[in-house]
Design a protein around this ligand. Structure first.
Ligand code: ARG
Length: 651
């Protein structure tokens, strides 16, 4: 039983008599920052005093007397202007810990109100290699799925692959013109990804040539505008001077951006043209952009040749991503990519039209909604459907077929506008009782604070990232323990390396960008998976040294002794695990679980420093401390497991 929830429910009984809306007040009961104020503090007397026109201290005293906390708290005291400080009683802690000790779930209850939660995550556009940007969605989504499941919700995970977009037009075009059959037979995935990249290069070149004059023209105009502004006479008018400065800055900024773009386009062109053979090919494929589009349109229209190629390519693409999922230990219940919804799109548009939610505008079918500059287009003028159309069909499917109560979309923040519109449109369509949340996240940055790229400026492949993390973890493990046998080395490299990579991501507040650093993520100190994994292994080492197993502890449990302050702190922390999990689900923030585990591990280190287990003054004290060790190890490994991270009893 979650202690904070228990306290709140006791307060609820009393507050309900004083107000119609106790929830806001109950949210003001929180753990204290400093234990000289007890373990929890209730600050609800202040607003209540205002509302009832009484002195908060008086109200606090009244509440403290009426709330029945006898079995939970040993101290309930009014302090300051009307705080109620609560100290959890030793008996309560002991009793809860004793229950957790013999429970596989560590005393954490399943929810009383289970929901059906669809988690849409990872969802890469296949046919191009997965890159560093895919790590975030994959690990955050996986952790949220695991935590919901553990808490008793019905979870359905779905990998909404981009398996129907232009990238297939690109590899179909590439295959038709440039395939090396020998390489394709030998290593299809490699050859397809080569074709993808090759066509990308050709398209970028043509695109750059097309855009260059436009960008140059805009730049010329901006430069002229700048000259004009500079030449304007301000007649020494302060306001005008100020305005002129502003305009100059604004234009200078625009010009700088335009120049940067011009330079990029120029170097794209120059780099292709420096290769004579490539230039020759590019000249023969001048209309590559339109051709790729038309291959895509043919695929969507059911052209048999392109459909057969798609059927042939897709399994290879899936093999490629599945290899990565296997290394990350991530599984999905469903992989319904965009192609899965293709047949439903016409009907979706039809429903929107007949329901009067969409209208035709210049040949396109649009949903106009309040609060947005641009409408959501669900069918283009040429009849093509778009990303939002597929997503609408997906919503309908998940609600009808899976009876979803909640749909979480773990997708990067740049798609925020798409999801805002999508959810609003779905509500107009009638799906008003379903929770739809964009669990958005920031960008992975390199050392320079810019989006993480290779030296050559390409995106960083996910596979190489995993290899590097594993090999660095292995180096650390062999340094720590040079005599490790080679099989163990492999296991440790994998568990520590992959764990570090996942945790580096999960421990960040997901809405922020973060800097990718192998050194930081594998540090033995600090808020890292490595620190937690070593802490867990260390506890197991203690148990092993004293020849204790978890089973033995369970067979003959002893009462917990919590006389030392740090013993009591550790005990209380252990009991806050369920609170940490609940907190994660409020705003879908796995970093709150990371913070909890880090606090727990640090507290354990202090406990272990101050309270000898081996030389405890009595056998019963030693047994109590061993029980604390066992609960710590189990909480750490359970917490890591819920983050999708393995732990080891020995490193
Ligand atoms: N494939 C998309 C991309 O890579 C992400 C899909 C996210 N899920 C969704 N239902 N839209 O940008």
């Amino acid at each position: 039983m979650n202690t904070l929830d228990a306290i709140k429910s006791r307060f609820r009984a009393v507050l309900s008599e004083l107000t119609d809306d106790p929830d806001g007040l109950l949210a003001m009961i929180r753990p204290t920052q400093d234990d000289k104020f007890g373990d929890y503090q209730a600050n609800c007397a202040m607003p209540l005093g205002k509302k009832l026109g009484k002195a908060p201290r008086e109200i606090a005293a009244d509440l403290a007397e009426k709330v029945d906390l006898a079995d939970l708290c040993s101290v309930v005291e009014v302090a300051g202007p009307g705080f109620i400080n609560l100290t959890v009683s030793a008996e309560h802690i002991q009793q809860q810990l004793a229950a957790a000790l013999v429970d596989d779930r560590l005393g954490i209850a399943v929810t009383e109100s289970p929901r059906t939660v669809v988690v849409d995550y990872s969802s890469p556009n296949v046919a191009k290699p997965m890159h560093v940007g895919h790590i975030r969605s994959t690990v955050i989504g996986d952790a949220l799925a695991r935590i919901h499941t553990f808490l008793g919700h019905k979870v359905i995970t779905d990998n909404h692959l981009g398996d129907w977009g232009t990238q297939f037009g690109m590899i179909i075009y590439g295959y038709k013109h440039f395939v090396n059959q020998q390489s394709y037979q030998a290593e299809p995935v490699l050859e397809l990804s080569r074709l993808y990249k090759f066509v990308r290069v050709l398209m970028d070149y043509q695109g750059a040539r097309r855009k260059l004059p436009e960008v140059q023209e805009t730049l010329d105009k901006q430069q002229q505008a700048l000259e004009r502004v500079k030449g304007t006479d301000t007649h020494d008018d302060k306001a005008k001077i100020k305005q002129q400065k502003k305009d100059i800055n604004r234009l200078a900024e625009k010009i700088a951006m335009q120049q940067e773009q011009l330079q990029k386009l120029g170097s794209t062109i120059a780099s292709l043209e420096s290769d004579a053979a490539l230039l020759d090919t590019a000249r023969q494929h001048e209309s590559v952009e339109q051709e790729v589009l038309s291959e895509t349109v043919k695929l969507h229209a059911g052209d048999s040749e392109n459909r057969a190629l798609w059927d042939e390519f897709l399994p290879y693409c899936l093999d490629d991503i599945n290899r990565i999922y296997k290394r990350l230990n991530v599984q999905f219940d469903h992989t319904h990519g965009e192609s899965f919804y293709h047949d439903q799109l016409a009907d979706v548009v039809e429903q929107f039209m007949s329901g009067g939610i969409a209208e035709e505008n210049d040949g396109a079918i649009c949903v106009f909604m309040e609060g947005y500059d641009a409408p959501m287009i669900i069918r283009k003028k040429d009849g093509a459907y778009l990303y939002p159309t597929t997503d609408l069909a997906t919503i309908q499917y998940r609600i009808k077929e899976w009876k979803a109560d909640t749909m979480l979309y773990v997708v990067d923040h740049r798609q925020g506008d798409h999801f805002d519109k999508l959810f609003d449109a779905a509500r107009l369509w009638g799906y008003t009782d379903v929770e739809m949340t964009h669990v958005s996240f920031g960008t992975v940055l390199g050392d320079d604070g810019k989006p993480f790229k290779t030296r050559a400026g390409d995106t960083v492949g996910l596979e190489g990232l995993l290899d590097e993390a594993e090999s660095r973890a292995l180096d650390i493990a062999t340094q720590q323990n040079p005599d490790l046998d080679p099989d163990r080395q492999q296991v440790i490299g994998r568990v520590v390396g992959i764990g570090a990579l996942k945790y580096a991501d999960l421990s960040q507040n997901r809405s922020s960008d973060y800097k990718f650093s192998y050194d930081k993520m594998l540090a033995l100190r600090g808020n890292t998976a490595t620190y937690l994994q070593y802490a867990n292994a260390r506890v197991h080492g203690i148990l092993r040294n004293l020849d204790v197993t978890a089973d033995k502890l369970r067979e003959q449990p002893v009462p917990f002794v919590l006389d030392e302050p740090v013993e009591r702190q550790l005990a209380l922390k252990l009991l806050q695990f369920d609170q940490a999990l609940d907190d994660v689900l409020v705003e879908y923030k796995p970093n709150l679980l990371c913070n909890y585990l880090f606090d727990l591990a640090q507290l354990f280190a202090r406990f272990f420093d101050q309270c000898s287990v081996r030389d405890a003054s009595s056998q019963s004290l030693q047994a109590s401390r061993l029980q604390l060790c066992d609960l710590t190890a189990r909480s750490l490994s359970k917490g890591l497991e819920l983050l999708g991270i393995d732990s080891l009893e020995r490193i």
